[in-house]
Ligand binder design. Structure first.
Ligand code: SAM
Length: 288
């Protein structure tokens, strides 16, 4: 069964009375080069376990199943479950779970299905919840090697931007804290059915075994980062002061202690500078 052949895809979907849901971000890959390349560059290897999010009709799933020992694919749309039963019938090493990934205990899935194996995540994400899914995967601190995802090109630019560059934001800092991000290759919008309005890109997040920065309080650090980036193009002082209710003179003191200019913008700060600013503010908060 060729799942990148548009006529085959149409035939299977119409047999199941399936129509695409825009709300669920359903754009299926029909370019035959994309999924094998994505599976290859994700670093998966024989003997490993893979979690896929949103298998759709199973076009990426089969490429993952050809290499990995086992694939668990989590699909929210109940209408796709009988479709996947047909398209994946030759692959005994795939298990499809009908669930919302954001409500799924992935640590439990890893312990149940992949005990003792290296685990990878590989997915063509539904674009309406790209950031929530990526943050959910990272914040769950899953014992996985890497997360390879296809996202909108603009999202890849933001997520993989160097921290301290104009393109960076609070989410760039969060991604960098947990992982090393790398853009892999671009995917033209005509590689999908139906074709979305924008081009896509495949990126890989290699999970850090050790954090790159030392934090006194992780939760406080992320509050500072969120506040500092909340008013883009404005100074970090303004964002932190209004976002966290900290007096500006206190923030100025912390910036001075970190050898940073009082007019610095969040987007100009490196991971180390953001960490020392947050640690300084945290100490001042404890002193009050
Ligand atoms: N992997 C397929 C491909 O590459 O052709 C389909 C990718 S499509 C962009 C996204 C898929 O995610 C759809 O099948 C959609 O139903 C599913 N999806 C949407 N929201 C989801 C959620 N919260 N949890 C799990 N799957 C979801």
């Amino acid at each position: 069964m060729n799942l990148t052949d548009i006529n085959t895809v149409k035939k299977i979907l119409s047999r199941h009375g399936f129509s695409f849901s825009k709300a669920l971000g359903q754009n299926f890959i029909i370019n035959p080069d994309v999924c094998p390349e994505m599976a290859r560059l994700s670093g998966i290897e024989p003997g490993c376990g893979v979690i896929e999010i949103g298998p759709g009709i199973g076009v990426l799933t089969v490429e993952l199943a050809k290499i990995a020992e086992k694939v668990v694919a989590i699909e929210l749309d109940t209408r796709l479950i009988p479709v996947l039963a047909q398209t994946l019938s030759d692959y005994r090493n795939v298990e499809v779970i009908n669930a919302d990934v954001l409500k799924t205990d992935l640590v439990d899935i890893i312990n149940t299905h992949f005990a003792g194996k290296k685990v990878y995540i590989c997915a063509n994400l539904p674009y309406y919840i790209t950031s929530p899914i990526i943050m959910y995967l990272l914040e769950s601190r899953l014992p996985v090697e890497s997360i390879t995802v296809m996202v909108q090109k603009e999202a890849a630019e933001r997520l993989c931007a160097p921290v301290g560059s104009r393109e960076s934001g609070a989410i760039t800092v969060a991604v960098n804290y947990y992982a090393k991000a790398k853009r892999l290759f671009g995917v033209d919008k005509n590689s999908f059915t139906p074709a979305p309005k924008v081009d896509s890109e495949v990126m890989r997040l290699d999970i850090r075994k050790e954090p790159e920065i030392q934090l006194d309080d992780e939760k406080f650090f992320f509050s500072v980062v969120k506040a500092a980036f909340s008013q883009r193009r404005k100074t970090a002082i303004n964002g932190i002061s209004s976002g966290m209710g900290i007096a500006k003179d206190k923030i100025t003191k912390a910036l001075e202690e970190c050898n940073l200019s009082p007019t610095v913008r969040a987007e100009a700060l490196s991971m180390e500078q953001l960490a020392s600013l947050a640690n300084c503010l945290y100490k001042l908060k404890q002193e009050k």
